[in-house]
Design a protein around this ligand. Structure first.
Ligand code: MRU
Length: 330
């Protein structure tokens, strides 16, 4: 699997995800501004990957002679919803102004995320029923993390254990993370993959063709409400209606216990152009009003379990999440 990013000692190599699956094109990022723009323009995306890349952005900033405060200020204005970004920047702040110490911390953030993904894959795969099709939304794979993936990691490990027949992937309008990125990852792994448009999910779920749904998360509030890619909420309603298990896989860096419920999570609104244009061509009259929330909130009551690297949490999530973070000394 191609890595989403790779630290090269004096620059960051970044796979430009806007070109996938057509072209596997790596960029060399050498400055704070290049890293900040790459996050804003979604050349790199996915909550844990954004956190890791931002940490290396701080390292590059310090090497450019910029202050820690300036680096953190610029990077925290890139994308508002994924809390992993702010979690990583907080760690970088504690590491201080010394570029060597910052580099060590950024490497540690990356390595911990990779290990967390492996652990979630192991724990989460145990929850997948035998012999089912599993559905996922957006891309919560190797491309969205330091490697292996959260939701994709769980499905991948369950498939290796012989539990998964096929994986159904929502295309995930408007940025098409499912169609462009997740199918690309699953096909590279040799896992049988079925691409569907977002509005087909209800059809397959209602016919009993989906045995479990696994998604990632951008932020999990103290009560267990989950912010994830727009369309996740709709899927969770379908899962509840049809009694399908709905799992969220996310590392503890995605937990935000300072935010009480999902309604306090900031939802990023992205540009109208990402909705109205596909491959440079408008698919609707240019003058139409467009809304583009990039995330939605899935209520805790729709979620069967939250899979983290520290363990699996079941309802009531409020209590479970608090106990998990206290036990692990967070
Ligand atoms: O806008 P994106 O592509 O950054 O959104 C990504 C998602 O919503 C993912 O599901 C989430 O970040 C988890 S990635 C392991």
């Amino acid at each position: 699997m191609l890595p989403a990013f790779e630290w090269k000692g004096d620059h960051l190599l970044l796979l430009d995800q806007r070109y996938l699956p057509w072209e596997e094109k790596y960029l060399k990022l050498r400055s704070l501004e290049e890293v900040a723009r790459a996050i804003e323009k979604m050349k790199v995306r996915g909550a844990p990957a954004i956190g890791c890349v931002a940490a290396y952005g701080v390292v590059l900033a310090l090497r450019e002679g910029r202050s820690l405060d300036e680096a953190i200020g610029r990077l925290s204005r890139t994308r508002p919803t994924a809390v992993n970004l702010f979690w990583a920047l907080e760690r970088m702040k504690r590491a201080g102004e010394d570029p060597a110490a910052a580099e060590k911390e950024a490497r540690a953030i990356e390595e911990e995320d990779y290990q967390a993904n492996l652990k979630m894959g192991e724990l989460g795969s145990e929850l997948i029923p035998e012999g089912v099709n599993v559905l996922t939304h957006c891309n919560a794979g190797a491309l969205a993390t330091a490697g292996y993936g959260t939701a994709v990691g769980v499905i991948r490990r369950a498939w290796e254990k012989g539990k998964v027949k096929k994986v159904f992937v929502d295309e995930t309008r408007p940025y098409l993370q499912g169609a462009r990125l997740t199918t690309w990852e699953f096909l590279k792994l040799g896992i049988p993959t079925v691409l569907i448009t977002d509005n087909m999910a209800g059809h397959f779920i209602s016919r009993g063709e989906i045995g479990a749904i696994v998604v990632g998360a951008d932020r999990i509030a103290a009560n267990g409400d989950v912010a994830n890619k727009i369309g996740t909420y709709t899927l969770s309603v379908l899962a509840k209606e049809h009694g399908v298990k709905f799992f969220v896989a996310a590392p503890t860096s995605t937990l935000d216990l300072k935010t009480p419920t999902g309604s306090q999570i900031p939802i990023e609104e992205r540009s109208r152009d990402e909705v109205i244009f596909i491959n440079g061509r408008n698919i609707a009259p240019l003058e139409v009003e467009v809304r583009h929330p990039a995330f939605d909130i899935t209520p805790a009551s729709h979620i069967t379990a939250i899979i983290t690297e520290m363990g699996v949490i079941y309802p009531p999530f409020e209590e479970g999440l608090r106990r998990l973070l206290n036990d692990t000394g967070h």
